[in-house]
Design a binder for this molecule. Structure first.
Ligand SMILES: NC(=O)C1=CN([C@@H]2O[C@H](COP(=O)(O)OP(=O)(O)OC[C@H]3O[C@@H](n4cnc5c(N)ncnc54)[C@H](OP(=O)(O)O)[C@@H]3O)[C@@H](O)[C@H]2O)C=CC1
Ligand SMILES: Nc1c(N[C@@H]2O[C@H](COP(=O)(O)O)[C@@H](O)[C@H]2O)[nH]c(=O)[nH]c1=O
Length: 598
């Protein structure tokens, strides 16, 4: 069997031959090998967007004809872009008819539009092999039920296909979505501890100098790791000693947020991390610590979040609520020990450099864990060894990826919307990330809207977020402002549109239209009104929440979101409730919306 190796391209102009050479006698084994190979391939391509877009559920789809020819592949590039299944059937064209689709994970129909399922059905796929069921409770089993309901044969690995090779394939599916699975099963994001140490186990000299222990090649590899994370975290002492930048310099793409954890707030007035022109920094600290210095940092645009009890678990729970899926810890041994003791570290990446520096008091990667006997040692699982330039990279899991024990579904498996959040029973409905229940209320949901431009003609915008971000620069008589509008308009995903709009607003506030603050609510209202008018299923979802309060569960956006403890103004939730009232005929459409009107 010929399997193609990790290419970044996911479109194939002509079908790729990947034939089984099995004889009839070992047909079942050969069929399993083929299924296993294609599921692994789906998991492999699902990972293609890592480092380029914010961590999100990773979906890959491979379509193979009955004779084992790969006709098309696709992967989800970013949250809010075309589904992997849609891309794969587009690539396969007429070869989809009668073919098998291999999915590393059950599609997550979080937008109510069933685009992945519809694409497979309409393309004439007859069999679907699913690596793992969707781990989020409100999506678990829905697409499988829907596909089976429409007459397709669906084989779930571990349920319908059981063998050692199928188990290996299932594992690759668990690994590629480890961050999402952690989100579904625990209240903290998936955390990776990374460090570089000398052969004698030091992460810096006795004086605290650490630049550099690992080679350039290893440090480039760290940039990739950073690009795969939502955030990088260090302790206060690393900021004082290293003055790090913590940027992902691997050639464009996703840039993680930087987090500093400090109890004392004894931080330098000038530091690379306070330059937020490219990427934001959040300092998490003990409530009340050096308030005047907090204000100074805030005036530079650094966000400060206070905690009553500052420990790694509380901090990780906060970032979980903020929607972060994956965190890279690049701290020294003090904070690393605290994080390991708190049980929040899941994986370790240790770069070991063939250098010896000695030093009785030189710091080591993990500080005090209180162990007295070797029997207490934490054993890593699924350990990998890899040479990177002159260094050795040892990686492994401190905690296994939670296994989603395959369950044979009952007749009435999961409903489309999590029944525990039935609107008639709960008074407040929270929404935030597109993959969560009611995720279609998010501005990042992939629903293009058609809006009139200045001349009265209609233009299509890929999402509400595209429209909103571009309007910050609309009408400003500057070539660069016009350029911004065009770039945001053609951004590949809502996430990219948001990144461009926010960073341009930060870097060039002079390009933002002068009436923006007074106008932004109205811009958002019009975009949302269009979105919920043109998509009947979205309107139904909105109307189904009648009687409930809608809150955008952003803990940090105190204007559009509800805040951490309800202190946010929740203008996004308020606009949705206003639009819901209009659809219900409870009020008429206002000519212009202002903050005061809401
Ligand atoms: N080779 C490598 O891979 C790396 C090397 N280093 C090196 O390590 C040295 C710094 O090590 P280290 O002092 O351990 O640095 P850390 O990054 O672990 O910082 C420790 C600090 O974290 C803050 N903190 C906040 N909450 C907690 C908590 N619950 N538990 C523990 N710490 C908390 C405190 O900051 P505060 O005091 O502000 O309250 C504490 O002093 C430097 O010399 C640096 O160069 C650092 C990172 C990686
Ligand atoms: N010394 C050391 C590392 N140190 C880590 O990298 C940070 C500096 O990042 P930046 O400012 O973005 O280049 C530093 O604060 C610490 O967290 N990393 C490594 O891969 N290898 C090394 O030898």
């Amino acid at each position: 069997m010929v399997l193609f190796s990790g290419t970044k391209s996911y479109f194939y102009s002509s079908p790729i031959v990947c034939k089984s050479t099995a004889s009839n006698s070992n047909h079942s084994h050969a069929a399993h090998s083929l299924d296993s190979a294609y599921i692994k391939r789906a998991a492999q391509i699902a990972d293609n967007s890592a480092g380029f877009t914010s961590p999100h559920p990773n979906f890959g789809c491979v379509i193979a004809t009955p004779s084992g020819v790969v006709a098309g592949e696709g992967y989800l590039y970013a949250q809010g872009t075309k589904a992997a299944e849609v891309l794969a059937v587009e690539a396969a064209g007429s070869f989809s008819k009668g073919s098998t689709a291999y999915l590393n994970m059950e599609p997550g129909d979080c937008h109510g539009d069933q685009s992945a399922v519809s694409a497979l059905v309409q393309a004439g796929i007859t069999r679907v092999v699913v690596g793992i069921r969707h781990p989020l409770q409100h999506l678990h089993g829905n697409a499988i039920r829907s596909l089976r309901g429409q007459g397709l044969q669906v084989d779930v690995v571990g349920e319908d296909l059981k063998s050692k090779i199928m188990e290996e394939a299932r594992k690759s599916c668990l690994l590629v979505n480890a961050p999402l699975i952690h989100r579904a099963t625990s209240r903290v994001p998936f955390s990776v501890l990374k460090y570089a140490m000398t052969l004698d186990g030091k992460i810096a000299t006795t004086s605290g100098h650490a630049a550099w222990i690992s080679s350039k090649k290893s440090r480039n590899r760290v940039f990739e790791l950073r690009g795969r994370s939502d955030a990088i975290i260090v302790g206060g002492n690393t900021v004082r000693k290293d003055n790090p930048r913590l940027t992902a310099r691997h050639g464009g793409g996703h840039t993680p947020i930087r987090i500093v954890m400090t109890q004392t707030f004894n931080l330098p007035e000038e530091a690379n991390l306070w330059d937020i022109s490219d990427v934001s920094t959040i300092v998490v600290t003990q409530r009340g610590a050096r308030r005047s210095f907090q204000k100074l940092l805030a005036s530079k645009g650094v966000e400060v979040v206070e905690f009553d009890i500052l420990n790694p678990r509380e901090v990780m729970e906060y970032f979980h609520d903020r929607g972060y899926l994956s965190i890279l810890w690049e701290c020294g041994g003090t904070l690393a020990a605290s994080a390991i003791s708190s049980g929040v570290i899941h994986k370790v990446f240790a770069f070991v450099a063939p250098k010896i520096i000695g030093g009785k008091n030189a710091p080591s990667p993990v500080g005090e864990l209180g162990m007295v006997e070797m029997s207490q040692a934490l054993d890593l699982i699924d350990v990998c060894f890899e040479q990177v330039g002159p260094d050795m990279l040892i990686s492994g899991f401190l905690q296994p990826v939670p296994d989603l024990v395959p369950v044979i579904p009952s007749e009435d498996e999961t409903f489309a919307i999590d029944p525990s959040i039935t609107p008639y029973e709960s008074r407040i409905i929270f929404f935030y990330k597109t993959w969560d229940p009611y995720g279609a209320f998010s501005n990042f949901s992939p629903h293009p809207i058609q809006m009139p431009d200045g001349s009265g003609a209609y233009a299509t915008w890929s999402s509400v977020e595209h429209y909103y971000q571009a309007h910050k620069f609309m009408g400003v008589d500057e070539p660069m402002a016009k350029d911004c509008v065009e770039k945001i308009k053609s951004a590949k995903s809502p996430e990219e549109a948001a990144r461009m709009g926010r960073s341009m607003q930060k870097q060039r506030p002079d390009l933002v239209r002068s009436d923006w603050e007074g106008l932004k609510i109205d811009v958002m209202y019009r975009a949302l009104k269009c979105k919920f008018s043109i998509y009947p299923h979205l309107q139904s979802m909105l109307l189904s929440t009648a009687g409930s309060v809608l809150v955008e569960a952003s803990p940090h956006d105190l204007f559009w979101g509800g805040g951490r403890e309800g202190e946010g103004l929740n203008y996004l939730g308020r606009l949705l409730m206003l639009i819901r009232s209009e659809f219900l005929g409870e009020c008429s459409s206002p000519s212009e919306i202002t903050c005061e009107a809401l």
